[in-house]
Design a protein around this ligand. Sequence first.
Ligand SMILES: Cc1cc2nc3c(=O)[nH]c(=O)nc-3n(C[C@H](O)[C@H](O)[C@H](O)COP(=O)(O)OP(=O)(O)OC[C@H]3O[C@@H](n4cnc5c(N)ncnc54)[C@H](O)[C@@H]3O)c2cc1C
Length: 550
Amino acid sequence: MSDLLDHRVRHAWTPGGAAAVHLPPKAVRRLAERIGPLRAGAAVARESDLAVPESALPPAASADLAEVVGAEHVLTDRVARLGRCGGLSYLDLLRRRLPGELPVPDAVLLPGDPEQVQRVLEACARHDLAVVPFGGGTSVVGGVTAARGGKHAVVVLDLRRLNRLVSVDPVSRLAVFQAGVRGPEAERLLAAHGLTLGHVPQSFERATIGGFAATRSAGQASAGYGRFEDMVEGVRLATPRGEWRLGVAPASAAGPDLRELAVGSEGALGVLTEVTVRVRPLPAVERFEGFVLDGWERGTAAVRELAQAGALADVTRLSDADETEISLTLKGGGRTALLRRYLRARGVAEPCLLVLGWHGGTRREIGGRRARTVRMLRAAGAVRLGRSAGEAWRAGRFAGPRQRDALLDLGLCVETLETATHWSTLSRLRTEVRAALVDSLRAPGRSPVVMCHVSHAYETGASLYFTVLLPRDDADPVGQWVRAKRAACQAIAGSGSPLGTISHHHAVGADHAPYLAGEIGEIGISVLAAAKRAVDPTGILNPGTLLREQ
Ligand SMILES: Cc1cc2nc3c(=O)[nH]c(=O)nc-3n(C[C@H](O)[C@H](O)[C@H](O)COP(=O)(O)OP(=O)(O)OC[C@H]3O[C@@H](n4cnc5c(N)ncnc54)[C@H](O)[C@@H]3O)c2cc1C
């Protein structure tokens, strides 16, 4: 179990870190020409340089918790605590690469079933301990930062032992999972029943069912399978007040849908111990394909038309010209130059790659859907690249975090952020967020590249996902990104009324909590605060996440 989560891993995505990917030297040279000089072999602090204070878990609390989960599942050693000090954002990784103090929890608890989770919360409430629910620990918004919130100590509740498929109801197409099941394991367990969830975010390998629900996650095939909240039929939630179960029917008019309070609650309103999910038949056939549109405006207009006509492929992902260019650059290779020449010959001045993927029961079924989509794309002026471009994307769909490890080792600042808005505001929002990032990050010898894609489209609007690359400012690497992220969030929050949501799928965490009131209003904040008081009267659950510390 520890292979996926120890102190060595937590400054990178994989134990091998950058060794897990190969960036061709030509690609590194071209990148440096574009953004400024890169420094191979940027130093990483030794584990012994990371400051880990003594655990402040009171002995009486430790004894009570050991009584619930077993002494061997109350971990206070340095490695276990370092391994759960935060998520996997650029700043999380950076802080673990630099010498210094980290928000290390006082203990890590490994409960074995929902009943133990419930009893752990009751014990933590008695001893006034802050509790951070921890699934895969892939949060990129400070959602698993071990904040004490004025409590005696802070414990991380690692849900990895809640790893069972509890039941499957193939007639109703429902499955009940314990919260700590990771993405690949969930799919493996469902495949044995001929079923799938179809939820494949880029963090799939590490993230868990509970984490997906707690953050309203969106997977790469969201156009086909929906966002994770669309898949949640019911929840079992442990709270300091007692256990809360929700979801007895597919739809209900019995008042407001309180499941929505659990989905997206980010560990601040309870610990999801089981989630009942809607499942689908496992697709027998998949087909991926690439197209190119000339320019962002034409590209987004084409995706909007598909979304509004109900003709989106299950995976629909449009990259802007910068993202298309940089992803081709990072692949290196002679075929890339050939492709550039081909597109120029076809009159495409500003290539924007559109990847489409269909899942279905039969070739015929996919063929019918695909034919309609391709007809509409042809009418929109798309150039078809063929299956190899789509398959190349599929083959590398989980490469992003490994590539990030390699780019971090080259001394880069590399981070992503995301939002969503209505179609009529989409271009303005992209322009303003890009400008905020570029203005904040530009410096002599450093030119940021800000790339963008749409990977989740709806009838009324779409998400925007930005990736930023530039040489790290070694004098103040943390401040460099903190200022840029703040500028981007302020652009999204707008002045007066928001241009978009502060998060389409990464959630609020601690990082976006200051912007939540701008989106849901002070009334919204007080409704959430009242809900929190109702389930967590002493405020032990995930202090500072979702709601700012009062
Ligand atoms: C490289 C990378 C790529 C990513 N790609 C995507 C993507 O494509 N789509 C996407 O939606 N997100 C993505 N994310 C963000 C992240 O993976 C998601 O938010 C994911 O849903 C978190 O799941 P987790 O199990 O890792 O949760 P954690 O990171 O452990 O926790 C996330 C939040 O949920 C709470 N939580 C976790 N489990 C529970 C539980 N059982 N009960 C109550 N609260 C709980 C935590 O306290 C925390 O606030 C990405 C992150 C990384 C690092």
